[in-house]
Design a binder for this molecule. Sequence first.
Ligand code: 13P
Length: 253
Amino acid sequence: MVNRRPLIAGNWKMFKTCQEAVDAAIQISVLVADVVSDVDVMVAPTFTALALVSDKLEDSPVLVGGQNLYWEKEGAYTGQISADMLVSAGCKCVIIGHSERRQYFNETDETVNKKIKAAISAGLVPVFCVGETESEREAAKTFSVLDKQVQKGLEAFSPDDLKSLVVAYEPVWAIGTGKTATSEQAREVHSYLRVLLDRSFGADLAASIRILYGGSVKPDNVSELMSMEDIDGALVGGASLDPETFSKIVHFK
Ligand code: 13P
């Protein structure tokens, strides 16, 4: 029986100035100090705040993650940020393939694959996001959409490459809408994702990968979600912006 440590991650999206991010990160590190021996906690501020936040969290187990990266090491790519740059800003993790990036910034399964590769090469934990839209769910395409996202996103990796991988299931219809997938809907998909991982990479890796749920996670629904088999954590958007609220989610037990 593999023991998957829960991971609660806050995706701050395009919110908070540098000072606001630093203040929130410090508050979070204090508020969650009593549970970090049992739960991994991560915050993902905007690029501009990463180095400052990492600096303030140097002595805290709260992890800092980027929200995106570019796969090239360096070069004439105006506006892009490499994996090594994230590492140099103190990041340990990076969110890849978030549905907002797929929807607004032309992220594809192919670019997601390159980004995961770059993250792994730099020693970053990739938090690989997958999920179906509302119309895909209504058309009963949830599983086929996830099949494709997982297969293409993780194409050409070996089980060894993916030892640190975290998967985040974020149904697009539940993001920022207040509509949470029911715990049973989420469990069903998480179990399916683990089967997909097992099929491609074997039982050992599949059993060790953490699969987070994301989409309107709040203090009042997190415990039920976290009680479900195969749900190993949460990727939290709106409710991670307020330190007290985020801390309540981290204290889900
Ligand atoms: P909300 O928690 O605001 O629905 O956002 C979820 C999300 O997109 C986290 O990455």
